[in-house]
Ligand binder design. Structure first.
Ligand code: IDP
Ligand code: MG
Length: 152
């Protein structure tokens, strides 16, 4: 049974600075996740703090907010069957040194802080994050390959 979900993704400033945005975006596209929102922005401190509010008490919170606001990022909304888990699986473990080969973090990163990508950890988190980053309407469209990607 399919469970169509939306997930919020950030190609973080290190991904943009390292010229990896196309490479990373291609992995999500090839998997069959549909892009329904995408923008290239410089995050405000307010948005970054709201986004990472669950980490506000952690010692790395200040550097995390500085990192995410330091340089442009690509904010993405992806839709697909179990999109939240599918995207998190593609992204890999938080620490690039421990992330499995084949995952984005496992293939491109060696850091826990500069780990290239954010992906929502639940449909509820996705809804909360979308309200911060994508208050405008998302684009509803049907990829021509959809029936070939979908299935039990
Ligand atoms: P996640 O992105 O895999 O869900 P979280 O534990 O939710 O990981 O942490 C959010 C982000 O905070 C991470 O992606 C990473 O950029 C940063 N971060 C997490 N743990 C540390 C740490 O111990 N030191 C520095 N930065 C960290
Ligand atoms: Mg997290």
């Amino acid at each position: 049974m399919s469970s169509i979900q939306r997930t919020f993704i950030i190609l973080k400033p290190d991904a943009v600075q390292r010229g990896l945005t196309g490479e990373i975006l291609a992995r999500f596209e090839r998997k069959g996740l549909k892009i329904i929102g995408m923008k290239f922005i410089k995050a405000t401190e307010a948005a970054a703090k709201q986004h990472y509010q669950e980490h506000a008490a952690k010692p790395f919170f200040g550097s995390l907010v500085s990192f995410i606001t330091s340089s442009p990022l690509v904010a993405l909304v992806l839709e697909g069957d179990e999109a939240v888990t599918v995207a998190r699986t593609l992204i890999g473990a938080t620490d690039g040194r421990k992330a499995a080969p084949g995952t984005i973090r496992g293939d491109f990163g060696c850091s826990k802080s500069n780990n290239l990508v954010h992906g929502s950890d639940s449909p509820e988190s996705a809804a909360r994050e979308l309200a911060i980053w994508f208050p405008d309407a998302l684009i509803d469209w049907t990829p021509c390959a959809q029936t070939w990607v979908a299935g039990d």
